[in-house]
Design a protein around this ligand. Structure first.
Ligand code: NAP
Ligand code: MG
Length: 510
């Protein structure tokens, strides 16, 4: 067995043991073996991290650098991630169950791209200062406004894509001059801790980037309501996201929320069936379905349901399910016993509510799979949009097929959801697909593709899938304040204005 990974908190530029000495154990979901431990934070550990972030912010050691200097350091960090992508992939895959084929290529490149692009956009695309010379309105004035960091940011991330989702917060926060404390999900902390090493080596000053590990259930509330926190970037469940928004409201903290989803995929009757089938499988099986924007409500023309489902099943049978650490594996394990139980519970509900099981529906236990949390790709057919397993997020490899008779009906079903994260259309008619895309109430719409989260394009949700956007200049704005500075250019300033209060009149008296 590989060596057990032992990490500490990263606070004020130092690997810092937790004050209680208590550790959390991290397991490989493919075989339930212990793979590492990290500190279980106390509120005292959180205070230390917040104080170091505040101190570094106030000192100007980072917030006072030019945006170009910060961009250079983020670029260095991106290069270090790229150079160490195999190690980073290992650290990401081991506890999360994501296949190493994906994490060592896509996840590493995506995280590196997010850091590099946040710096580049901040330096080149987002005006740091905007000016206007006001025409003599009350008086000739020079108005300008500039982007400034917010202060101390808190990033809280889930277990499905810990590296990428941390980078989505770290990139814009650091590019705009903030300091940040990140709390990764308890079961997948390694890649975020490794990022601390990389950012430090890249030149991020001590205290500007901190990582604290510990259960959301015991330190999450304390972190989210911490007086030193000015901005929270949260990715996770809608339930915890709502709770964080309540906590943040008391301190009027800025918040970006990326939450759950139940994303609809509409196959139009003009679709190329081969393309559609690949798109459908990619949409709901990527990372064994543990993706917030997975396409898990499949709307197909009624007369095409049988053919599409038949071809889906044929392709599923060719996929390799197993150890995520093998380059040949297509689908890895479910990340935890809890998540496996959630999937099993929803499959039972689907059956009880009368959805027809066309494929799968079982935990996989043959041979080595018995040691881990593996679940068979699962397809329910002849579903309707009122069924519990169709409305609620499952977060597993489960597809619910809803047959429709006309496109208006399909669109109405697609939009009938509390969520609005992703959506998609399979079609060969570009104009028809784009018209329909414009009418979907979701933050992303993919046409003949899925899961395209680009560092240069905004990502986020409508409705209960969250608010604010990550990536692109939208994220830079979400991690900065705008300050308007206005100077009266008249040699005798604001005669007119001051007169409104009678200040310039020669009054009698004294
Ligand atoms: P989760 O339970 O909401 O946890 C997310 C993070 O919040 C974890 O770090 C967790 O810590 C922490 N947390 C838990 N309770 C907290 C509290 N009271 N205060 C502050 N932090 C708290 O979500 P998850 O189970 O990790 O991930 C699955 C969910 O995330 C799904 O619903 C999925 O849709 C959503 N997700 C959304 C996106 C997106 O971009 N929209 C991306 C990925 C996942 P612990 O790990 O210690 O519990
Ligand atoms: Mg959770």
């Amino acid at each position: 067995m590989a060596q057990i990974l032992e990490y500490q908190h990263f606070i004020d530029g130092q690997w810092t043991p937790g004050e209680s000495g208590e550790r959390m154990e991290i397991f490989n979901p493919a075989n339930r073996e212990l793979v590492g431990t990290v500190p279980r934070a106390t509120t005292g550990d959180v205070d230390r991290a917040m104080e170091s972030a505040r101190k570094s912010f106030a000192s100007g050691v980072w917030s006072g650098k030019s945006v170009e200097e910060r961009a250079d350091i983020l670029f260095n960090a991106a290069m270090l991630i790229a150079a160490g992508r195999e190690h980073m992939g290992y650290l990401e895959s081991l506890p999360s169950g994501g296949t190493i084929r994906r994490t060592s290529i896509l996840d590493a490149a995506s995280a590196a791209g997010s850091l590099a692009l946040a710096g580049a956009l901040a330096a080149q695309a987002l005006p740091a200062v905007e000016h206007t010379i006001c025409p003599p309105w009350l008086a000739p004035m020079h108005s300008y406004w500039r982007r400034e960091p917010i202060g101390v940011c808190l990033g809280i991330t889930p277990w499905n894509f810990p590296l990428i989702l941390a980078a989505y917060k770290i990139g814009p926060a650091l590019a705009m001059g903030n300091s940040i404390v990140v709390k990764p999900a308890s079961i997948t902390p390694f890649s975020t801790l490794e990022l601390a090493r990389i950012l430090h080596d890249a030149g991020v000053p001590d205290g500007v980037f901190n990582v604290v590990t510990g259960p959301g259930s015991s330190i999450g509330n304390y972190m989210a309501s911490h007086p030193e926190v000015d901005k929270i970037g949260f990715t996770g469940s809608t339930e915890v996201g709502k709770h964080i928004a309540h906590l943040a409201a008391d301190g009027v903290k800025r918040v970006t929320l990326e939450l759950g989803g139940k994303s609809p995929l509409i196959v139009l009757d003009d679709a190329d069936v081969d393309v559609a089938v690949n798109m459908i499988l990619f949409a709901f099986l990527f990372h064994s379905g543990q993706v917030c924007e997975s396409g898990t409500r499949l709307l197909v023309p009624r007369k095409m349901q049988d053919e599409i489902v038949e071809r889906m099943i044929a392709k599923i049978k060719t996929l390799t399910i197993g150890d995520q650490m093998q380059m040949t594996t297509d689908l890895g394990p479910i990340a935890s016993a809890d998540q496996l139980q959630t999937i099993e519970r929803y499959v039972a509900i689907g059956k009880a509510e009368g959805a027809q099981l066309a494929y799968g529906g079982r935990r996989l236990t043959a041979g080595e799979l018995e040691k881990g949390y593996f679940f068979e790709p699962t397809i329910f057919i002849n579903c309707n949009n009122q069924m519990t397993q169709v409305r609620e997020e499952i977060f597993g490899p489960v597809q619910c097929v809803i047959p429709y008779d006309d496109v208006e009906e399909a669109l109405a079903i697609a939009n009938d959801s509390p969520y609005g994260l992703g959506g998609g259309i399979a079609s060969t008619d570009v104009a028809r697909a784009q018209r329909l895309a414009g009418r979907m109430r979701t933050g992303s719409v993919w046409i003949n593709t899925w899961h395209i989260l680009r560092p240069d394009a905004p990502f986020g949700g409508y409705k209960e899938s969250g608010y604010g956007r990550e990536n692109c200049y939208h994220a830079l704005m979400a991690y900065s304040e705008v300050k308007h500075i206005c100077q009266d250019l008249d040699p005798n300033p604001d005669k007119l204005l001051f007169e409104l209060l009678g200040l310039n009149q020669q009054k009698g008296g004294m």
